[in-house]
Design a protein around this ligand. Structure first.
Ligand SMILES: [Cu+2]
Length: 281
């Protein structure tokens, strides 16, 4: 069963890649993109295994939709031509045909099962990470994000940089004053909730989009495979400044991350300091 799905994925992937290549020639997109690009075609590049799997499922679905749409359009055109009053002056009065009714029920059921199996597998895969190494918590506010690193006892607010204050190279409506810093190739558990209304924490390159509901704690996860800046937004209309509470995530090496935690005065850093200088704390 496993091999069968791998085979299907590979087949669709191959078809998709050859078409994508044609589009790439027509719409050149430069390199790996972790933010919205001008003339972007398709998704942002996957930076986590979750997003890679989302892309795979999306490719399969696109082909399923394509084949169905072509089949239905062809059938419609043929029917219109074949049964035009000129070619078919005396219409048939048939109202039932058991065989064809069974066929048009069974085939869609088979298609739905074909779609349902990889889809459910992906939902469970996205749900939880087996061994989280770091936990962060994103709390939505009207209209900014607050981040907590509970293991390190760190928390800070993160506001969008206003257009007038942007420095060259900074992205309008995406850049924030204090980005989240996370290490590369690490299992990260992301908890999200809200302090007021419903917000939604989403980062396209990670394949994450999760409602932040006041009074509830939701969980998503990411294992980011490339360093760099990643951007996301609040995906739930949460009031006047809904569009102005972006998410910026800076993904760095493990060493840089440890350094950043130290500078922020994380628990581990405090523990180290007390070891070296027990009288000071
Ligand atoms: Cu919001």
């Amino acid at each position: 069963m496993l091999d069968f799905w791998e085979y299907i994925k590979k087949m669709f992937g191959m078809l998709h890649r050859s078409l994508a290549l044609i589009f790439l020639v027509l719409f050149p997109v430069l390199g790996f993109c972790t933010e919205p690009e001008p003339w972007q075609f398709g998704f942002q590049d996957a930076a986590t295994p979750v997003m890679e799997k989302v892309n795979e499922l999306h490719t399969i679905l696109l082909w399923v939709i394509f084949v169905i749409a072509v089949f239905v359009a062809a059938l419609l055109l043929y029917t219109g031509w074949r049964f035009h009053e000129k070619r078919n002056p005396i219409p048939s009065k048939t109202t039932h045909n058991t065989l064809i009714e069974v066929i048009w029920t069974v085939i869609p059921v088979v298609i739905l099962i074909f779609i349902g199996i990889p889809s459910l597998r992906l939902i469970y895969y996205m749900d939880k990470v087996d061994e989280p190494e770091i936990t962060i918590k994103a709390i939505g506010h009207q209209w900014y994000w607050e981040y907590e690193y509970p293991e390190e006892d760190i928390s800070f607010d993160s506001y969008m940089i206003k257009t007038a204050d942007l420095k060259p190279g900074q992205k309008r409506l995406l850049e924030v004053d204090r980005p989240v810093v996370l290490p590369v190739n690490t299992n990260i558990r992301i908890l999200t909730t809200s302090a007021d209304v419903i917000h939604s924490f989403g980062v396209p390159a990670f394949g994450i989009k999760q409602d932040s509901v006041p009074g509830r704690l939701a969980e998503v996860w990411a294992r980011i495979t490339k360093t760099g800046n990643y951007y996301g937004q609040c995906y739930e209309i949460c009031g006047m400044n809904h569009s102005f509470m972006p998410i910026q995530i800076k993904v760095v090496s493990r060493e840089e991350y440890d350094q950043w935690i130290k500078e922020k005065g994380g628990k581990k850093a405090k523990a180290d300091a007390s070891k070296n200088n027990p009288t000071k704390l």
